[in-house]
Design a protein around this ligand. Structure first.
Ligand code: RAM
Length: 360
């Protein structure tokens, strides 16, 4: 069952609707929207044949930002499920650190191994472009998911939620939790991460709305998606900003580390924390009163959708042009939006009333 199908509970319906509106307003296209079939996207690579069958035996590799992150374990397992369904060969490789160029050597190896599809979450919008372009020249189709490269370096980007939808969600959650006023900070992942930086830029825009005029963003800290660094950065934020009322950490690693710090500190329940987290990593902190509510999409569905997008590309069903349609197994039909972007769907908000219904 996808995050979209699960829907939001507990007064979060408005959020779903807003995110959905933003999704459709921002060029990304979900299965609810019938795209227009004009084609002509910026990264087309040959004509698509919508009637082509998915090829069997496709070699599809997942290259996450980092391998030792439960978020990517879940998303890549979703990819594996899809690859198994289409009788392909799945593999997952990747660095243990999410640094900018750490993925380059993996891409080169995957290219030499003759992968049909490389599905990657980019640690940097530019650093892996050269390697990806070589892999493309060697015949691989490139799908980014979770965190994009520059659009010209891949055929399709499978976005979890529009960046606008995430920014709106995160600012709304912290505002509700701090009573609409006070100093907040952001604890991000790495300073180069395409997804994080897009979300932060749009959160800053969101905070300019009059309803948030009493909220002040004092700083952005970077925990590099390392547990210990994220923990220390949280401690540093609280020391440097004694009036801090809340932290947004839009990274599963960061928000879990920040919650662990807060739960053992005098700030527990007083300084609010929200962000993007996995229910399994956040459950204890919701139950002990450290965290009221946080959000995420289904990482498994994200990986599953990305694998199907790659298979559709490698089978010649789609070229990545705007309006291309493909079927993603149990998730149904998707349409490629502007700039080769496919959007999974709105996020789910988790709190003490629903968190036990989710296991990932
Ligand atoms: C971390 C990574 C990932 C991001 C999630 C929310 O696992 O930074 O890219 O999408 O958090």
């Amino acid at each position: 069952m996808s995050a979209n199908q699960r829907g939001l509970r507990l007064g979060a319906t408005a959020l779903t609707l807003t995110a959905l509106l933003l999704t459709t307003a921002c060029g990304g296209t979900t299965r609810e929207k019938s795209g227009n079939d004009t084609g002509g996207g910026s990264q087309t690579s040959g004509a698509a044949n919508p009637d082509a069958q998915l090829k069997e035996g496709l070699k599809i590799a997942f290259l996450p930002k980092q391998v030792n992150n439960p978020y990517f374990t879940t998303s890549d397992n979703g990819g594996k499920e899809a690859v198994t369904e289409i009788k392909g060969e799945f593999k997952e490789v990747g660095p243990s650190e999410a640094s900018a160029s750490s993925q380059v050597s993996y891409i080169n190896t995957l290219s030499q191994q003759g992968m049909d599809v490389i599905v990657t979450s980019a640690n940097d919008p530019n650093a892996i472009c050269g390697a990806l372009n070589q892999a493309k020249a060697a015949g691989a189709k490139i799908v980014t998911f979770d965190s994009d490269t520059k659009p010209e370096c891949r055929q399709i980007f499978v976005n979890q939620v529009t960046a606008e939808g995430i920014a709106e969600n995160q600012v709304k959650l912290i505002s509700e939790q701090i009573g609409g006023a006070g100093e907040i900070a952001i604890l991000s992942a790495t300073a180069n991460a395409t997804n994080q930086n897009a979300w932060i830029a749009l959160m800053k825009e969101e905070l300019k709305k009059s309803e948030y005029s009493k909220i002040k963003l004092v700083t952005v800290a970077y925990g590099n998606d390392e547990d210990q660094k994220s923990f220390q950065e949280t401690q540093g934020l609280l020391q440097s900003y004694p009036n801090l009322k809340g932290i947004i950490s839009p990274t599963t690693v960061g928000v879990a580390a920040a919650a662990r710090y807060l739960s053992g500190s005098q700030y527990k329940g007083k300084v609010k924390l929200t962000g993007l987290g996995t229910p399994n990593q956040m459950r204890e902190f919701v139950k002990d009163g450290t965290v009221d509510a946080f959000a995420l999409w289904s990482p498994a569905d994200l990986g599953y959708l990305a694998a199907y997008a790659g298979a559709a590309l490698a089978s010649g069903q789609i070229s990545g042009a705007e309006g291309d349609k493909f079927k993603a197994g149990k998730l149904g039909e998707y349409t490629v939006g502007k700039d080769g972007v496919v959007v999974l769907g709105p996020p789910t908000v988790f709190d003490q009333n629903n968190i036990d219904q989710f296991q990932f």
